[in-house]
Design a protein around this ligand. Structure first.
Ligand SMILES: [Zn+2]
Length: 55
């Protein structure tokens, strides 16, 4: 795992790897098959929205 695959939660300070993050559907009308939101498994805050669709 590299630093690029982990996120620091701004709410609770947890270091969350991309495999540990909870994936949820996006907000704001983005296509859920193309975009997913990664959430902190500890506090549930959104960490990052990632592109999961095909290029
Ligand atoms: Zn958190």
């Amino acid at each position: 795992m590299t630093d690029a695959d982990a996120f620091d939660c701004e709410t609770c300070g947890a270091r969350v790897s991309i495999d540990e993050a909870v994936r949820s559907e996006t907000y704001g009308g983005l296509d859920p098959e193309t975009w997913q939101t990664l959430c902190c498994p500890s506090c549930g805050s959104r960490l990052k929205t990632v592109f999961v669709g095909d290029e």
